[in-house]
Design a protein around this ligand. Sequence first.
Ligand code: IFM
Length: 451
Amino acid sequence: MTDASPSPGPSAAQPYPPGFVWGVSTSAYQIEGAAAEDGRGPSIWDVRCRTQGGVVNGDTGDVACDHYHRMADDVALMTGLGVDAYRFSVSWPRVLPRGRGGVNEAGLDFYDRLIDRLLESGIEPWLCLYHWDLPQALQDLGGWANRDSVGWFGDYAALCARRYGDRVKRWATFNEFSVFTLFGYAFGWGAPSIADRATHLAVIHHVNLAHGAGVDTLRALVPGASIGAVHSVQPMRPASSRPEDVEAAALFDEHWNWAFPDPQLRAHYPPRIARAIEPHVRPGDMARIARPLDWFGLNHYAPVYGRRDDSLIWGFGFGSPPPEMTRTAIDWPYDPDCFRDTLIDLTRRYRLPIYVTENGYGTKAPETPDADGRVVDADRLAYLQAYIAAMAEAKARGADVRGYFVWSLLDNFEWGGGYGTRFGIVRVDFTTQARIPKESARWYAGLIRGA
Ligand code: IFM
C-alpha cells in the first residue's frame, strides 16, 4: 500500500488492518555510544555534556547503550518483538566528522550494516536525518544560525540518499524541530545552550529551509522515496485563565506546535512568529520550505500547560497541569483523549497520512528485574494500552493514522535526564549492557502478532 492510497477503513473488530505499521524508535546520540571511535567527530551534545552541564549525574552519550557494537543483538530484539519497522537516526558527525567535506567510511559502513541487517530480518528501515546531534565543527561556524546550514544539510542529505537510497525508502528530514530549537536556542536547556531571541528566530527559519532542501534532495536522488518530517505536537493549554498566561500560552503554542509544520505544509508562519521572523525571510523562501510531503510524523506524549514566565527570553514557560490531572511517573500529564483529538485535528489540518513516530512512557524508577528476572512495568504497559486504544478511536473518527512507533526500543540517554529516566520497552543495565524485554515489550509483541 502506498501513502497515496486511501486508508483501509477500520472496523470495530479490527481497528488496525494489515498494512498498519508497528514499530519502535530510537536516535543515534541516545543509543550508539562509541563517541570517539572509528573516526566519529564531536557533536554539540558531546560538548554540552562535557562542558556546559545541565545533564543529570553528569551523564554523557559516550557509551550510551553501546548500540554501535551491539547492533546485531538489538536488531534481534526487534525481530523478537515482531515489529514491521524501525525508526533510527543517522549521526551526522559519524558520517561527516567535520559536518561537511571528508566523509568517514567507517561511519557510513555502520549504517550499511544496520540497514542490511534490518532488511534481512524483514524490518523496514525508517531513516531520520537529524535527531539533534549537529557536528560541533558546524556549530563553530554558527550552526543553524548561519544560513549556510541549509546547504550543509542538503549536502549531508545527498550523501545519505546516495549511500542508502537503494535500500531505504522511508525518510524523515528532522525529528521534533520545535523541541531542539526551543530548548537549544531559546531556553538554553539543550545543546548548544543558547538563549537569544534573534538567534532563535534565525535558527527557526534556516531549519525550515534546510528541511525543504532535504526534501528536494531526497526526492531527486531516491527513486520511490516516501518522505516526511517528524513534529512534536502537544496541544497547548493556558495554565490559568489569567490574561497574561493565556497570551503567553498562545505564543508558546505557535512556537511549540506550528512554527515548523505550518510553513512546511501551508507555506506560512503562524501570525505572531510571522511578524518577528520577517527580517530573515528572503523572496522565494516560503516556496523553498513548503515542498510536497508524503506523510506527517507525529511525536505525541501529553498536553503542555503554558504560562507567563519572564525569566525566559520569550516570556512564556511551562506551567503546572491542574492538580486533579493524572500524571505519569515523570510528571507528564496522562491524557489519552488528548492524543485521540490531536490525531483527528492534524488529519483535518494538514490532510496527510499520519505516522505516530514516537509515543511512550518515561519513569525515573530503576525498573530492576524481580526474582524471576522479569521487569514488570505495569504503568508503561497500561499507558501504551490506553494510548493505542485512543488511536483506534481516532481512526474510527476519521484520523488517517497509518502506523505507530513506540518510544523507545531501549532505555537510553534521555538528554538532560541522562540515564536516570527510562523510556524503553527493553531494559538496559548501563553497567553490564544486559537487555531485558519488559512486560510492556511482551504485550506489544502480542499486540503485533494479533494485529
Ligand atoms: O527522548 C526523547 C526523544 O529524543 C525526542 N522525543 C521525546 C523523547 C522523550 O523525552
